[in-house]
Write a protein that binds this ligand. Structure first.
Ligand code: GLP
Length: 253
Protein backbone atom coordinates (compact mmCIF):
# COMPACT_ATOMS: atom_id res chain seq x y z
CA UNK A 1 0.00 0.00 0.00
CA UNK A 2 1.36 3.37 -0.97
CA UNK A 3 0.13 6.30 1.08
CA UNK A 4 0.34 9.88 -0.18
CA UNK A 5 -0.16 12.70 2.27
CA UNK A 6 -1.67 15.84 0.75
CA UNK A 7 -1.80 19.14 2.56
CA UNK A 8 -5.42 19.68 1.62
CA UNK A 9 -8.31 18.51 -0.54
CA UNK A 10 -7.00 20.27 -3.65
CA UNK A 11 -3.63 18.55 -3.45
CA UNK A 12 -5.33 15.21 -2.74
CA UNK A 13 -7.52 15.61 -5.82
CA UNK A 14 -4.60 16.53 -8.06
CA UNK A 15 -2.57 13.55 -6.89
CA UNK A 16 -5.46 11.10 -7.38
CA UNK A 17 -6.17 12.58 -10.81
CA UNK A 18 -2.49 12.15 -11.66
CA UNK A 19 -2.65 8.42 -10.98
CA UNK A 20 -5.88 8.06 -12.98
CA UNK A 21 -4.40 10.07 -15.86
CA UNK A 22 -1.37 7.82 -15.97
CA UNK A 23 -3.73 4.85 -16.25
CA UNK A 24 -5.69 6.47 -19.09
CA UNK A 25 -2.55 7.47 -20.98
CA UNK A 26 -0.85 4.09 -20.61
CA UNK A 27 -4.00 2.11 -21.41
CA UNK A 28 -6.48 4.28 -23.35
CA UNK A 29 -9.12 1.53 -23.32
CA UNK A 30 -9.02 1.07 -19.53
CA UNK A 31 -12.00 -0.07 -17.51
CA UNK A 32 -12.31 2.50 -14.74
CA UNK A 33 -14.31 1.70 -11.63
CA UNK A 34 -15.72 5.01 -10.45
CA UNK A 35 -17.07 6.34 -7.18
CA UNK A 36 -19.50 8.99 -6.05
CA UNK A 37 -19.71 11.04 -2.86
CA UNK A 38 -18.01 14.33 -2.10
CA UNK A 39 -14.46 12.95 -1.90
CA UNK A 40 -13.83 12.31 -5.62
CA UNK A 41 -15.45 15.52 -6.92
CA UNK A 42 -12.16 17.45 -7.00
CA UNK A 43 -10.46 14.54 -8.74
CA UNK A 44 -13.11 14.58 -11.48
CA UNK A 45 -12.73 18.37 -11.81
CA UNK A 46 -9.00 17.98 -12.32
CA UNK A 47 -9.49 15.25 -14.93
CA UNK A 48 -11.97 17.48 -16.79
CA UNK A 49 -9.46 20.30 -16.70
CA UNK A 50 -6.73 18.14 -18.22
CA UNK A 51 -9.22 16.82 -20.79
CA UNK A 52 -10.06 20.42 -21.77
CA UNK A 53 -6.36 21.15 -22.18
CA UNK A 54 -6.15 18.24 -24.61
CA UNK A 55 -4.07 16.04 -22.34
CA UNK A 56 -6.61 13.26 -21.82
CA UNK A 57 -8.82 11.24 -24.12
CA UNK A 58 -11.75 9.25 -22.72
CA UNK A 59 -13.05 8.01 -26.07
CA UNK A 60 -12.03 4.40 -25.48
CA UNK A 61 -12.64 4.33 -21.72
CA UNK A 62 -15.27 2.13 -20.11
CA UNK A 63 -16.69 3.21 -16.75
CA UNK A 64 -18.38 0.98 -14.20
CA UNK A 65 -19.73 2.65 -11.11
CA UNK A 66 -19.65 1.19 -7.67
CA UNK A 67 -23.15 1.74 -6.47
CA UNK A 68 -26.62 3.19 -6.93
CA UNK A 69 -29.57 3.87 -4.63
CA UNK A 70 -32.53 1.58 -5.09
CA UNK A 71 -35.65 3.40 -6.22
CA UNK A 72 -33.96 6.39 -7.84
CA UNK A 73 -34.23 6.94 -11.59
CA UNK A 74 -31.11 8.05 -13.47
CA UNK A 75 -32.63 11.50 -13.99
CA UNK A 76 -33.27 11.96 -10.27
CA UNK A 77 -30.68 14.49 -9.16
CA UNK A 78 -29.87 12.41 -6.07
CA UNK A 79 -29.06 9.30 -8.08
CA UNK A 80 -25.47 8.32 -8.63
CA UNK A 81 -26.13 8.02 -12.37
CA UNK A 82 -27.01 11.72 -12.34
CA UNK A 83 -24.00 12.52 -10.18
CA UNK A 84 -21.63 10.91 -12.66
CA UNK A 85 -23.09 12.83 -15.59
CA UNK A 86 -22.95 16.05 -13.65
CA UNK A 87 -19.43 15.66 -12.30
CA UNK A 88 -17.64 13.85 -15.11
CA UNK A 89 -19.35 12.16 -18.04
CA UNK A 90 -21.04 15.19 -19.61
CA UNK A 91 -17.74 17.11 -19.56
CA UNK A 92 -15.48 14.63 -21.35
CA UNK A 93 -15.57 12.57 -24.54
CA UNK A 94 -16.50 9.28 -22.90
CA UNK A 95 -19.01 7.24 -24.89
CA UNK A 96 -22.27 7.15 -22.84
CA UNK A 97 -22.82 3.60 -24.13
CA UNK A 98 -19.67 2.62 -22.24
CA UNK A 99 -20.78 4.07 -18.88
CA UNK A 100 -22.36 1.49 -16.61
CA UNK A 101 -24.11 1.66 -13.27
CA UNK A 102 -26.66 -0.52 -11.48
CA UNK A 103 -30.27 0.21 -12.43
CA UNK A 104 -31.87 1.72 -9.33
CA UNK A 105 -35.31 1.00 -10.77
CA UNK A 106 -34.70 -2.66 -11.64
CA UNK A 107 -37.92 -4.61 -11.07
CA UNK A 108 -35.99 -7.74 -10.25
CA UNK A 109 -33.11 -6.70 -8.00
CA UNK A 110 -31.68 -10.23 -7.91
CA UNK A 111 -31.46 -10.35 -11.70
CA UNK A 112 -29.97 -6.87 -11.77
CA UNK A 113 -27.22 -7.94 -9.39
CA UNK A 114 -26.38 -10.92 -11.57
CA UNK A 115 -26.42 -8.74 -14.69
CA UNK A 116 -24.00 -6.23 -13.17
CA UNK A 117 -21.64 -8.89 -11.81
CA UNK A 118 -21.57 -10.57 -15.23
CA UNK A 119 -21.08 -7.25 -16.98
CA UNK A 120 -17.93 -6.50 -14.97
CA UNK A 121 -16.67 -10.03 -15.53
CA UNK A 122 -17.37 -9.70 -19.26
CA UNK A 123 -15.32 -6.51 -19.39
CA UNK A 124 -12.37 -8.47 -18.03
CA UNK A 125 -12.56 -6.83 -14.62
CA UNK A 126 -11.49 -3.37 -13.57
CA UNK A 127 -8.14 -1.79 -14.39
CA UNK A 128 -8.35 1.00 -11.84
CA UNK A 129 -10.93 1.36 -9.11
CA UNK A 130 -11.43 4.74 -7.47
CA UNK A 131 -12.86 4.55 -3.96
CA UNK A 132 -14.13 6.95 -1.35
CA UNK A 133 -14.37 5.88 2.27
CA UNK A 134 -17.49 5.73 4.38
CA UNK A 135 -17.15 7.12 7.91
CA UNK A 136 -17.83 3.54 9.10
CA UNK A 137 -15.06 2.25 6.77
CA UNK A 138 -17.45 1.03 4.08
CA UNK A 139 -16.28 0.92 0.47
CA UNK A 140 -18.89 1.30 -2.24
CA UNK A 141 -21.89 0.40 -0.12
CA UNK A 142 -20.24 -2.69 1.35
CA UNK A 143 -21.28 -2.03 4.91
CA UNK A 144 -19.56 -3.42 8.02
CA UNK A 145 -20.97 -6.73 9.18
CA UNK A 146 -20.29 -10.34 10.00
CA UNK A 147 -19.52 -11.19 6.41
CA UNK A 148 -18.96 -9.41 3.12
CA UNK A 149 -20.79 -10.27 -0.08
CA UNK A 150 -18.48 -10.91 -2.96
CA UNK A 151 -20.76 -10.04 -5.90
CA UNK A 152 -23.07 -7.15 -6.71
CA UNK A 153 -25.88 -7.12 -4.17
CA UNK A 154 -28.64 -5.07 -2.63
CA UNK A 155 -27.70 -3.64 0.77
CA UNK A 156 -29.82 -2.35 3.59
CA UNK A 157 -27.97 0.83 4.47
CA UNK A 158 -26.78 1.34 8.04
CA UNK A 159 -28.37 4.15 10.02
CA UNK A 160 -24.96 5.85 10.22
CA UNK A 161 -24.65 5.79 6.41
CA UNK A 162 -28.16 7.17 5.96
CA UNK A 163 -27.29 9.94 8.39
CA UNK A 164 -23.96 10.69 6.73
CA UNK A 165 -25.49 10.80 3.25
CA UNK A 166 -28.55 12.80 4.33
CA UNK A 167 -26.54 15.98 3.76
CA UNK A 168 -27.20 15.54 0.04
CA UNK A 169 -30.99 15.19 0.53
CA UNK A 170 -33.69 17.57 1.76
CA UNK A 171 -34.17 15.38 4.83
CA UNK A 172 -32.98 12.10 6.31
CA UNK A 173 -36.34 10.52 5.43
CA UNK A 174 -35.62 11.01 1.76
CA UNK A 175 -32.43 8.96 1.77
CA UNK A 176 -33.19 5.57 0.21
CA UNK A 177 -32.89 2.71 2.67
CA UNK A 178 -31.42 0.28 0.16
CA UNK A 179 -28.72 0.48 -2.47
CA UNK A 180 -27.06 -1.71 -5.03
CA UNK A 181 -23.33 -2.08 -4.69
CA UNK A 182 -20.53 -3.80 -6.47
CA UNK A 183 -19.30 -6.63 -4.26
CA UNK A 184 -15.95 -6.91 -2.59
CA UNK A 185 -14.63 -9.36 -5.17
CA UNK A 186 -14.76 -7.01 -8.17
CA UNK A 187 -13.20 -4.28 -6.04
CA UNK A 188 -10.40 -6.48 -4.74
CA UNK A 189 -9.74 -7.91 -8.20
CA UNK A 190 -9.22 -4.44 -9.64
CA UNK A 191 -5.65 -4.27 -10.90
CA UNK A 192 -5.12 -0.93 -9.20
CA UNK A 193 -7.09 0.80 -6.44
CA UNK A 194 -7.00 4.50 -5.57
CA UNK A 195 -8.73 5.50 -2.35
CA UNK A 196 -9.30 9.17 -1.60
CA UNK A 197 -10.16 10.47 1.85
CA UNK A 198 -10.11 13.93 3.32
CA UNK A 199 -11.15 15.67 6.50
CA UNK A 200 -11.09 14.76 10.15
CA UNK A 201 -14.40 12.90 9.89
CA UNK A 202 -12.54 10.18 7.96
CA UNK A 203 -9.60 9.84 10.39
CA UNK A 204 -10.97 6.86 12.30
CA UNK A 205 -12.11 5.00 9.18
CA UNK A 206 -8.78 5.64 7.49
CA UNK A 207 -6.95 4.33 10.55
CA UNK A 208 -9.03 1.13 10.35
CA UNK A 209 -8.34 0.93 6.62
CA UNK A 210 -4.57 1.27 6.91
CA UNK A 211 -3.64 0.10 10.41
CA UNK A 212 -6.62 -1.85 11.72
CA UNK A 213 -7.32 -5.55 12.02
CA UNK A 214 -8.45 -6.98 8.71
CA UNK A 215 -12.12 -7.56 9.31
CA UNK A 216 -15.50 -7.47 7.60
CA UNK A 217 -16.43 -5.06 10.40
CA UNK A 218 -14.22 -2.55 8.57
CA UNK A 219 -14.52 -3.40 4.86
CA UNK A 220 -11.80 -0.93 3.85
CA UNK A 221 -9.29 -2.91 5.97
CA UNK A 222 -9.34 -5.57 3.24
CA UNK A 223 -7.38 -3.19 1.05
CA UNK A 224 -4.33 -4.11 3.14
CA UNK A 225 -4.38 -7.42 1.27
CA UNK A 226 -4.26 -5.85 -2.18
CA UNK A 227 -0.85 -5.34 -3.75
CA UNK A 228 -1.51 -2.21 -5.78
CA UNK A 229 -3.35 0.30 -3.63
CA UNK A 230 -2.75 4.03 -3.50
CA UNK A 231 -4.27 5.85 -0.55
CA UNK A 232 -4.37 9.56 -1.25
CA UNK A 233 -5.47 11.52 1.79
CA UNK A 234 -5.09 14.88 3.42
CA UNK A 235 -3.39 15.56 6.74
CA UNK A 236 -6.65 15.68 8.69
CA UNK A 237 -7.78 12.27 7.44
CA UNK A 238 -4.33 10.82 8.18
CA UNK A 239 -4.09 12.31 11.68
CA UNK A 240 -4.68 9.00 13.52
CA UNK A 241 -2.63 6.92 11.06
CA UNK A 242 0.31 9.26 11.58
CA UNK A 243 0.39 8.38 15.27
CA UNK A 244 1.49 4.92 14.17
CA UNK A 245 3.14 5.49 10.79
CA UNK A 246 5.12 8.67 10.30
CA UNK A 247 4.55 10.00 6.80
CA UNK A 248 6.65 12.71 5.28
CA UNK A 249 5.00 13.06 1.86
CA UNK A 250 4.55 9.43 0.94
CA UNK A 251 5.29 6.03 2.34
CA UNK A 252 4.96 2.44 1.17
CA UNK A 253 3.90 -0.05 3.82
C1 GLP B 1 -21.29 6.83 0.04
C2 GLP B 1 -20.87 6.05 -1.19
C3 GLP B 1 -19.43 5.65 -1.12
C4 GLP B 1 -18.61 6.85 -0.71
C5 GLP B 1 -18.95 7.24 0.68
C6 GLP B 1 -18.17 8.44 1.19
O1 GLP B 1 -21.95 6.09 0.99
N1 GLP B 1 -21.63 4.88 -1.40
O2 GLP B 1 -19.03 5.13 -2.38
O3 GLP B 1 -17.25 6.53 -0.79
O4 GLP B 1 -20.32 7.54 0.75
O5 GLP B 1 -18.75 9.62 0.74
P1 GLP B 1 -18.11 11.04 0.88
O6 GLP B 1 -16.97 11.06 -0.07
O7 GLP B 1 -19.18 11.99 0.47
O8 GLP B 1 -17.69 11.20 2.29
Amino acid sequence: MRIYKAKDEAEMSRKAANIISAQIILKPDSVLGLATGSSPIGTYKQLIDWYNKGDLDFSQITAVNLDEYQGLAPDNDQSYAYFMKEHLFSHVNINPANCFIEDGLAEDPGAECIRYTELIRGLGGIDLQLLGLGPNAHIGFNEPGEALEKDTHLVKLKETTIKANSRFFASEDEVPKYAFTMGIKAIMQARCIVLVANGEAKAEALYKCICGTISSEAPASLLQLHNNVFVVADEAALSLVEKEIPIDKEVTI
